[in-house]
Design a protein around this ligand. Structure first.
Ligand code: 6PG
Length: 484
């Protein structure tokens, strides 16, 4: 059998098919395989007709067609299917071969799989692939991590098929060891949750709060897309506002307000709790989806729980501009929190990450692509040790210029009874982060009062712990100072 294929792809669902076609466009010879073999024939006779793509009916045949060292990419569902696929190809692998998982796998699975395959003398890559069907076909954002030695094996192929920034830089670069690529993809998805939720809250304010029509909202989102908010998600929101159902009414209003989720936003929120990083906006975005899913309960509650009998009074145009600024300020908070968590994760899991490069990976191709990411990249490029994005001059000045509008929007939303959990939690984070003295002194006193949990003092060095017998009855024995 002639070993002529550059890479094998297993999994011919839409993402797999499109990625193969993209690789073919860039001059790579791909061998395609699928568990249900009929799909291989359908693919070859359909979208792959007239290309150099080769079909393989079995794993053995597929492996025989590959150049050495072999590169085998899985585009299968995350979870057990990835482990099952690994076990299927393992008997045919030779030391130095490289297995690549292009699904939305949990980063801890990727850490485990990297170790497992490296122990067998193989290489493993877990890569985030973002951009949906369109991205996979014409240029996704790719976030590979795994066995460091595997990068030179896939670099040319991955950087060729990935999206490019306006300056021609590929939106694919090595992220870091073992689970780093899938961690960064999880962060991407979580930020996507945040971006989508704050856009949805802006829409709710304009629709419920101001009573604006979809045609007007279409124009507003279009106009916002010519500002710092210029992004794919604002662009598609403008498009959605303009689409009518067969009866001429806006289609979006006929869609049931119960959000789905596949879990990456939840994973990131859980991880942020484990790491102790306040990723409040994204967590609120996940909870907002959960609340939306309680549709029947909400319908019943809406008939019993009254809101304020207030309607908007004021200048609509000015308030719409306030909403835009609230959205921008909240977006800055969301990315700030996202990068805080990525940075903490790097320390926790031992990854050497380049934050400026990560921001550029998301500049094009992916769902959160935006002009804004260039500014984040520039901030980290000019100061790789930047502790917090909010402390970069550009972001400090924008957030300060937005804050009056932001506060007006939250105050008005509260007055009108319009829920804005993400926009308001972002403001609460801002006020907390810039607060020299939070009330945690009282909290520590309470903990010490009821449980002798001890506290540190402002007039003593850190890590010296004190206990007070607050009532005269509790005794002087302090409980251990530890964190779970
Ligand atoms: C992407 C998307 C992709 C997927 C989301 C949807 O980067 O191309 O993020 O991965 O569309 O995972 O996630 P939810 O179903 O959780 O909204």
């Amino acid at each position: 059998m002639e070993q002529k294929a550059d890479i094998a792809v297993i999994g011919l669902a839409v993402m797999g098919q499109n990625l193969i076609l993209n690789m073919n466009d860039h001059g790579f010879t791909v061998v395609a395989h699928n568990r249900t073999v009929a799909k291989v024939d359908d693919f070859l006779a359909g979208p792959a007709k007239g290309t150099n793509i080769i079909g393989a009916k079995s794993i053995e045949e597929m492996m025989g067609l590959l150049k050495r060292p072999r590169r085998i990419m899985f585009m299968v569902k995350a979870g057990n299917p990835v482990d099952a696929a690994i076990e299927q190809v393992l008997p045919f692998c030779e030391p130095g071969d490289c297995i690549i998982d292009g699904g939305n796998s949990h980063f801890t699975d990727t850490i485990r799989r990297t170790r497992y395959l490296e122990e067998k003398g193989l290489l493993f890559i877990g890569t985030g692939v973002s951009g949906g069907e369109e991205g996979a076909r014409h240029g996704p954002s790719m976030m590979p991590g795994g066995s460091v030695k595997a990068w030179p094996l896939v670099k040319d192929l991955f950087t060729a098929i990935a999206a490019k920034t306006p300056d021609g830089i590929s939106c694919c670069d090595w992220v870091g060891a073992d689970g780093a690529g899938h961690y960064v993809k999880m962060a991407h998805n979580a930020i996507e949750y945040g971006d989508m939720q704050i856009i949805c809250e802006a829409y709710q304010l304009m629709r419920q709060g101001l009573g604006l029509s979809h045609a007007v909202m279409h124009d507003i989102f279009k106009q916002w897309n010519r500002t710092e908010l210029d992004s794919y998600l604002i662009e598609i929101t403008a498009d959605i506002m303009a689409v009518n159902d067969e009866d001429g009414a806006p289609l979006v209003e006929k869609i049931l307000d119960a959000a789905g989720q596949k879990g990456t936003g939840k994973w990131f929120s859980i991880n942020s709790l484990d790491l102790g990083i306040p990723v409040t906006l994204i967590a609120e975005a996940v909870y907002a989806r959960s609340l939306s899913a309680l549709k029947d309960e909400r319908v019943a509650a809406s008939r019993m729980l009254a809101g304020p009998a207030v309607s908007f009074e004021g200048d609509i145009e000015e308030f719409v501009e306030d909403i835009r600024k609230a959205l921008l300020a909240s977006k800055i908070i969301s990315y700030t929190q996202g990068f805080m968590c990525i940075r903490e994760a790097a320390g926790e899991y031992g990854w050497d990450l380049d934050y400026g490069s990560i921001a550029l990976l998301w500049r094009e191709g992916c769902i959160i692509r935006s002009v804004f990411l260039e500014k984040i990249s520039a901030a980290y490029r000019s100061n790789p040790q930047l502790v917090n994005l909010l402390l970069d001059d550009y972001f400090t000045s924008i957030i300060i210029s937005c804050q009056e509008s932001w506060r007006r929007v939250i105050a008005k939303a509260v007055e009108l009874g319009v829920p804005v959990p993400a926009l308001s939690s972002a403001l609460a984070f801002y006020d907390g982060y810039r607060c020299e003295k939070l009330p945690a002194n009282l909290l520590q006193a309470q903990r010490d009062y009821f449980g002798a949990h001890t506290y540190e003092r402002t007039d003593r060095p850190r890590k010296e712990f004190f206990h007070t017998n607050w009532t005269g009855r509790g005794g002087d024995v302090a409980s251990g100072t530890y964190e779970v």
